[in-house]
Design a protein around this ligand. Structure first.
Ligand code: PLP
Length: 345
């Protein structure tokens, strides 16, 4: 489906330049969610009918990330899916993380310091060089939440492999607009409420089979059972063999809203979304006299940005005088120009 055609499936108020905070649902996602809520209100629907969306979302994510569906676990937050990877590290292991990393991919490593895991934070620009013989795992965001920097994925993986280090990626700010091969890493976590345009409460992880053998499903639940319907009561422990053993019972309605959004993205294709998003980001940058970049998330310093954008009804993130603007497939040149006019004013 062409982006121009697909855009008719969204109803954004002009000036939403903040997908890096949360993405907007396409109509099929919104409508599926309303139907589920209406069924819930009167008790018309069985939970199994909502749960079909979890399997659909898992399959669409596997397609988007280029991995086998059996290697994908579901949960509610990115940090929660990083946790079992961090817990699997032996005492004395060293983790290298960029220093301005979003804390969902930092705190889960830092809490392990109390049992002797060491965490080294380094500037992102020096991450590749910081990976050495003493590194056991490198953790980083594929796209930085703070400023949209795209990490040199291939170089990081190559450095890690050269030193037998594991690779854990937070692709929350990347998956949905940046094509990447998750199977190059050992673990990839994604919170789906941004670029995958799902409701909050949907997160997915790719866990490589060899890594899973070293991980313990501390949050084991009936839903992670080999047959969830035969895992309601009593022993023995009977978890799924594949990545589903790490599943956390799904927040049903969030998944109902997620499935149509991910399926639509897979149908449109991430390379087309990347071209669209980055072109808009670059129209914004060049309109402000900045050089173009390679990301759907950009930051610029403009005096008085907060008031100027607010006055024009443009919603972007402004932190310490810096505007963080992000552009996704429902964003248009009109949105960009609205922001440029506001900032020029
Ligand atoms: C890079 C990154 N990871 C994760 C999250 C959200 O994490 P969680 O699902 O743990 O709240 C965000 C939210 O801004 C983010 O930018």
């Amino acid at each position: 489906m062409e982006i121009e055609h697909a855009q008719k499936l969204w109803q954004p108020q002009p000036g939403w330049l903040n997908t890096a905070t949360y993405g907007l649902p396409p109509d099929p996602a919104w409508e599926a969610l309303q139907e589920a809520l209406a069924g819930w209100r009167v008790g018309r629907m069985a939970w199994e009918s909502w749960d079909i969306a979890t399997a659909r979302t898992r399959a669409a994510f596997a397609r988007l990330a280029g991995v086998a569906v059996g290697d994908v676990a579901v949960g509610s937050t990115a940090s929660q899916l990083v946790a079992p990877v961090a817990a699997a590290l032996p005492a004395g292991a060293t983790v290298v993380v960029p220093e301005v990393e979003f804390t969902s991919n930092l705190f889960p490593w830092l809490v392990q310091e109390q049992r002797g895991v060491r965490v080294r934070t380094v500037p992102l620009a020096g991450l590749v060089d910081a990976i050495d013989a003493g590194t056991d795992l490198v953790a980083f965001s594929l796209v930085q939440s703070s400023d949209g920097t795209v990490a040199p994925y291939e170089e990081i993986v190559a450095a890690a492999r050269a030193h037998d280090a594991l690779v854990a990626v937070d692709a929350t700010q990347a998956c949905g607009w940046l094509p990447f091969d998750a199977s190059r890493a050992d673990a990839v976590v994604v919170a789906a409420y941004k670029w995958l345009m799902a409701p909050r409460g949907v997160a997915l992880a790719y866990y490589a089979p060899e890594l899973r053998d070293r991980m313990r499903p501390d949050a084991a639940c009936w839903y992670a059972g080999a047959d969830p319907h035969a895992a309601y009561y009593g022993p023995p422990l009977r978890l799924a063999e594949d990545a589903r053993r790490f599943d956390i019972s799904p927040a049903w309605f969030s998944w109902v809203g997620a499935a149509p959004a991910l399926e639509l993205l897979a149908e449109i294709g991430v390379p087309a979304v990347q071209a669209h998003d980055v072109a808009l980001a670059n129209r914004f940058l060049t309109g402000l006299g900045r050089p173009p970049g390679d990301s759907a998330i950009v930051t610029v310093e403009v005096p008085g940005a907060q008031e100027k954008l607010e006055r024009a009804g443009v919603r972007a993130a402004v932190r310490a005088g810096r505007v963080r603007a992000s552009f996704h497939l429902y964003s248009t040149t009109d949105d960009v120009d609205l922001a440029l006019d506001a900032l020029a004013g």
